[in-house]
Structures are given as C-alpha cells and as structure tokens.
Design a protein around this ligand. Structure first.
Ligand code: IPE
Ligand code: IPE
Ligand code: MG
Length: 262
C-alpha cells in the first residue's frame, strides 16, 4: 500500500501524518484546488468554545492540508480565508482574524520555506490593517523563489469585486489608448484577475455543509468540479482531501463537449 507521509514541523504540534493514497490515479491529480475553508465557528460552538477558537484551529488545518496536497502532487491551492463580505461580522471577530492572519504569516514563513511553498494573495488590500499588508508583502518576498506548491491565500477577496476591478482597469487602459477595445478577449480579461498566470481550479472543495459558492472565484470556477462535505474545516484531514480527489477522478469533465465512450 502506497502512503502519503509527512511530519508536521509546527512548534505547537509535531505529529506524523499518514494517509492512504493508494487508490488515487497519480496521472489525474487536479493541478489547482480551491477550498472554501468554512465551518470554523460552528466547529467551535459544537465544543462549547468561542468562534475564534475555530479560526485558530482552522489555520492549523490549512497548514496540514497544504503539506498533504503537495505530497499528492497538487500544484496550487487557493484557500478562502476572509471574504469582502466578512467585514459584516462583529468587530471583535474581524480583529481576531486579522491578528491571526498576521501571526500566521509570521510564524509560517519557515514552514513555507522548508516545504518550498510559494505564497501569493488574492483579494483587495483596501481596508486591510497596515500590519497585515506588511506581513503579506514579507511573505511574498520571503517565498518568491520557492518552486513547489503555490498557496494563494484569499484575503479580503470577493469574486464580484475581483471582476469589477478587472473591468475598471481594462476600461482605463482602453481610455488611455494602450488597449484596443476589440482586443479584449478571455485572455486579456484573465490577465487582469488576481489569479493571472494560474490555470483555473479543477476542483472546488467546500467543507461545512453549505452548498454555495459564497462569492469565491466566480469567473475561475466556470468548469471546476465541486465537492462538499458536512465536516467542518477544523476537522478536515488529508483523508478528506484524498476522498475529494477520488470523487474528482470519478467525474467526467466534458467542458460542454461530448466524451466518446471507449
Ligand atoms: C470560515 O468559518 C472562516 C471565515 C469565514 C473567516 P466561519 O467563521 O464562516 O464558520 P461558520 O460557517 O460560521 O461555522
Ligand atoms: C465563505 O464563508 C468565506 C470564507 C470561508 C472565508 P462564509 O461563512 O462567509 O459564507 P456564507 O456567509 O455562509 O455564505
Ligand atoms: Mg461560514
């Protein structure tokens, strides 16, 4: 039996994680997986704890899942950490998440570098605390030469906002005369998205039980395969990731065409 195996190097946890990948078709691993990391609050509530405890645990889960995805051969993960709509939450929760992001981006640099992870960000910087922006810039700088898995962290991200800002910058270029209106095609549009240069996600995973997109990567998921689980994000394990990829491998992707039966 072939197993995925890795040692977590977190200072708080040092556990050996073993998961079974023997059923996976290694020639059909999704290159890019998008994850809506949902259910942190409900996970915490279920154990009689405050919601923020769930966010803390969720950050640990992300670390584990990036390691597992890398071990499986996934090339990029886009993880939804904070949406443009999440500002509606109580200020104490928003502040906790901003503080957590800033701490995570400090404490994980070593882990990213040890595992060759390149960190990028999706979203608008407008309204983010300067300290978070500073840590984001630092994470980009410190990991930019890493050649392994790409971790796109979606922070202050909204799919509609992303499309609007692309439209605005394209309109500005057309107005300035640097872009011909007739030259605006799919490629030009995608070059103006936060995900410019990356292939679209093949698989979208949503833990937490809700069957919706919640404004994540609206343009990019046009043909993504969707997999959901009732499991809350803090309880999500490498085995769930394998289960999602197995389901993906059982799907027939047609992209609007027909697949000839052999
Ligand atoms: C996802 O978990 C994290 C963020 C949106 C920041 P939630 O905080 O949405 O947890 P639930 O969905 O309320 O359980
Ligand atoms: C989506 O979860 C955003 C993130 C996971 C960061 P939400 O909890 O904000 O989504 P809704 O409100 O259930 O649609
Ligand atoms: Mg939620």
């Amino acid at each position: 039996m072939f197993k995925g195996l890795f040692q977590t190097k977190s200072p708080v946890k040092n556990e050996k994680l073993e998961f079974d990948i023997s059923d996976l078709d290694m020639n059909n691993i999704p290159k890019h997986i998008a994850i809506i990391m949902d259910g942190n609050g409900r996970w915490a509530k279920a154990q009689g704890k405050v919601r923020t405890f769930g966010h803390q645990k969720g950050a640990e889960t992300l670390k584990t899942i990036v390691r597992a995805a890398d071990a499986i051969g996934v090339k990029a993960i886009s993880a939804y950490a904070f949406s443009t709509e999440n500002w509606k939450r109580p200020i104490t929760e928003v502040n906790f998440i901003m503080d957590l992001l800033s701490r995570y981006l400090t404490s994980e640099i070593q882990e990213f570098n040890e595992n060759n992870v390149q960190v990028r960000f999706l979203g608008s910087r407008e309204g983010l605390p300067p300290v978070v922006i500073e840590k984001m810039d630092n994470a980009i700088r410190e990991t930019k030469n890493n050649t392994g898995i790409i971790l796109n962290l979606a922070i202050n991200y909204g799919g509609q906002a992303e499309i609007l800002q692309a439209v605005q910058s394209i309109a500005q270029e057309a107005k300035d005369g640097s872009l011909d209106v007739s030259a605006i095609d799919k490629q030009v549009f995608e070059d103006h998205l936060y995900t410019a240069g990356l292939p679209a996600p093949d698989l979208l995973i949503r833990p937490g039980g809700d069957l919706r997109i919640s404004n994540f990567l609206l343009w990019q998921i046009a043909y993504a395969e969707i997999w959901t689980t009732k499991t809350y994000w803090p309880d999500f394990t490498p085995d769930h990731l394998v289960e999602a990829i197995l389901a993906y491998q059982g799907r027939e992707r047609r992209f609007g065409g027909l697949v000839e039966k052999k």
